[in-house]
Write a protein that binds this ligand. Structure first.
Ligand SMILES: Cc1ncc(COP(=O)(O)O)c(C=O)c1O
Length: 376
């Protein structure tokens, strides 16, 4: 049975989550906007899930907007909050290491005439809160800084970002698609105004996500239709997937920190010239991203797949060729270094035996690959 080490891409569905989905799809098929009994039963499930997701984030249920996933939540937060304001000149601050869901939403705003600043990061993969302060302008309307990076796991100083945003009266959005699934988080303790999460990163199903929208934050819809989600996100709600999301949100985060450390230390001890990217930074406890000098990341992924291990390069795969990761490039790595890096992300189901076998496989593949290169 192949071992799955790609939980940041997506997670296996918890059987109880799947049961919630199938039971709801079978028994509660009404449209949550209908007045009759069937509709009200669906509405009840929807509101139960809303309470579950709100509880996870320390929010009020009124502050939860259900969406189709992390990408839509990010788009709604960014496009929705910037378009809600009436100011003529607008400026947004984000970072170079965001997920494309944020980067490309910002690019879209740029096409509409909004100025965008992309904060850089050093090799630690963490922004400097002083850089943020320096970039503030009188017409800055939104700051969007991810909570934890999906490729390196580096956790950003969002408490500091929130304090800066609050002082300057600027809306603060954080993409919590990875962190929200892996750490206990309270929107009020951190003081974010908008926070994106996605069910399939927390052993839920694909196609359901949520945006926390603080009562005081203004957002404009990005889709137009009916009055669902209090006029913020139209469309008949996917009640079975949302009910399953509500269940998944109630599951305690899985701590695989010890396994991740075992993997990291085992690889560093057995593979020459291996390096952990963003090693010194606070990181998600399930993620490690390693650079194997002189080994192609793409070749390593394929060889590991053949050996029964699913990992990822953390790089976007477009039109069949693997591009170097924009995150690793932003950290100052060369294209070659970025293309020699692999992301291992752990979660439910991983065992010590799998980790030890993975260390062995990585060590063997690096050895073979480097020897072949020398004699080729
Ligand atoms: C940090 C981050 N933001 C947004 C997304 C997009 O989420 P979804 O796949 O639910 O659209 C992802 C998915 O990998 C992610 O890692």
């Amino acid at each position: 049975m192949p071992a799955y080490f790609d939980h940041n891409a997506t997670t296996p569905v918890d059987p109880r989550v799947l049961e919630t989905f199938t039971e709801t799809a079978r028994e509660v098929y009404g449209n949550a906007s209908s007045i009759h009994h069937f509709g009200q039963a669906a509405k009840q499930r929807l509101e139960g899930a809303r309470r579950g997701v709100a509880k996870k984030l320390g929010a009020s249920p009124r502050e939860i907007v259900f969406t189709s996933g992390g990408t839509e939540s990010d788009n709604l937060a960014i496009l929705g909050s910037v378009r809600a304001g009436s100011a003529r000149r607008k400026h947004v601050i984000t970072t170079q290491i965001e997920h494309p869901a944020v980067l490309n939403a910002c690019q879209e705003l740029h096409r509409e005439g909004v100025e965008i600043t992309f904060l850089g990061v050093g090799e630690a993969c963490v922004i400097d809160p002083d850089d943020l302060k320096r970039e503030l302008r009188p017409h800055t309307v939104l700051i969007s800084v991810m909570h934890a990076n999906n490729e390196t796991g580096a956790i950003q100083p969002i408490g500091d970002v929130a304090a800066t945003a609050r002082e300057a009266g600027i809306t603060f959005h954080s993409d919590g698609v990875q962190a929200g699934a892996r750490v206990d988080f309270d929107v009020n303790r951190f003081g974010v105004d908008l926070y994106s999460i996605s069910a399939h990163k927390m052993n839920g199903l694909k196609g359901a996500g949520a945006l926390f929208v603080r009562e005081t934050a203004q957002i404009h819809p990005v889709l137009f239709g009916g009055h669902q989600e209090r006029d913020r996100r139209p469309g008949t709600e996917n009640v079975p997937a949302i009910a399953a999301f509500g269940f998944a949100a109630g599951l305690p985060p899985i701590d695989v920190g010890e396994l991740r450390d075992r993997l990291e230390q085992g690889i560093l001890a057995s593979v020459r010239q291996a390096r952990v990217n963003a090693k010194g930074s606070p990181r998600l406890r399930n993620t490690t991203n390693l650079c194997f000098r002189g080994v192609s990341g793409e070749a390593m992924i394929i060889a590991l797949d053949l050996a029964g291990f699913a990992v990822s390069s953390g790089a976007a795969c477009s039109s069949g060729s693997i591009e170097p990761s924009h995150v690793l490039l932003a950290m100052g790595q060369s294209e070659t270094e970025a293309k020699s890096s692999i992301r291992f992300s752990l979660g439910a189901g991983n065992t010590v035996e799998q980790v030890d076998a993975l260390i062995e496989a990585v060590s063997r593949i690096c050895h073979v690959h480097r020897r072949e290169k020398v004699y080729a």
